[in-house]
Design a protein around this ligand. Structure first.
Ligand code: ATP
Ligand code: TZP
Ligand code: MG
Ligand code: MG
Length: 261
């Protein structure tokens, strides 16, 4: 059985510490996919939540000073319970505050996957600056992924027109997707949460599993674009939730455009 089918049977609890902009969209996306999201953040309850959670997402999109301790404590409890963590280092190249926090989190805790756009991963790896949350489209996702993997020695997903996934020094490129994902806020944030949903209970996810997660999401996005009024951002966002609900394992096998390099 492939992981999407298993996920829908197991309905894993995914703890999402995420930004204020995308909480509702993320929760709806995960419910549609077949996971069970909880947008819990308070450190006093994290030990109990993470004792039976499948994965933890830490997305720093609207991080404030007072959030740091909750995120660090959640990471510590996730490591204690062997729950995989996905980090989305939103806009970490835009301020020292964000970048220093991500580096501290990565230094002190085991993060299973870092998922960001090319500008974010380049900033985390080698001091490239960025403006706001959007990516510099001229960076090669593949080369950024390789360099980030060499630095952090954990799975890396760099998204863009082509998504590059690096695990165990191997790279897979997923060519599916649509630029409409960049016209909807949370297009990347929901992807991070979908990755967390696929890797539940696996602190070292394989390249194949990460590729399945990205292909599922980006094929659902292509199908959303081709559904009613799907080229309009508002309809596209709603269609994406619907397509995450409708997509089946066979669709992924038939429609994925993946290259291993
Ligand atoms: P940003 O902050 O720049 O919006 P992000 O964190 O939202 O970045 P993206 O890089 O936009 O993340 O990736 C989100 C999804 O959008 C991924 O699934 C990716 O495949 C898709 N995507 C991004 N840009 C394109 C593009 N030009 N063509 C096709 N798909 C794209
Ligand atoms: N501002 C802070 S977080 C956020 C915005 C607009 C959402 C970013 O979402 P994504 O998925 O990176 O486009
Ligand atoms: Mg985006
Ligand atoms: Mg993002």
């Amino acid at each position: 059985m492939t992981k999407l089918t298993q996920l829908r049977k197991d309905n894993p609890l995914i703890i999402c510490i995420t930004n204020d902009v995308v909480k509702n969209f993320t929760a709806n996306g995960l419910l549609a996919l077949g996971a069970s999201p909880a947008m819990a953040t308070e450190r006093q309850e994290m030990d109990e939540f993470l004792a039976y959670a499948g994965a933890l997402l830490i997305n720093i999109g609207s991080i404030e000073e007072g959030d740091k301790e909750n995120m660090l404590q959640a990471a510590a409890f996730a490591n204690k319970h062997h729950v995989p963590i996905v980090l989305d280092p939103v806009a970490c190249g835009a301020s020292k505050f964000r970048k220093d926090f991500c580096l501290k989190l990565l230094n002190e805790h085991h993060i299973s996957v870092i998922r960001g756009n090319a500008s974010e991963l380049a900033a985390l790896t080698e001091d490239a600056a960025m403006k706001g949350t959007d990516a510099d489209q001229s960076l090669s996702t593949e080369s950024v992924a390789r360099r980030a993997y060499d630095k952090f020695n954990t799975a890396i997903i760099v998204t863009g027109a082509v998504d590059a996934i690096c695990q165990d020094g191997q790279i897979a490129l997923v060519e599916n997707g649509t630029p409409l994902l960049t016209k909807v806020t949370g297009g990347g944030c929901l992807l991070g949460a979908v990755v967390a949903s696929f890797i539940y209970n696996e602190t070292k996810p394989s390249l194949a599993l990460l590729t399945e997660a990205i292909a599922t999401y980006t094929i659902a996005a292509e199908r959303a674009e081709h559904s009613a009024n799907g080229t309009l951002p508002g309809h596209f966002a709603v269609n994406l939730i619907d397509q995450l609900y409708l997509i089946q394992q066979d669709d992924i096998a038939k429609e994925s455009r993946v290259k291993e390099v």
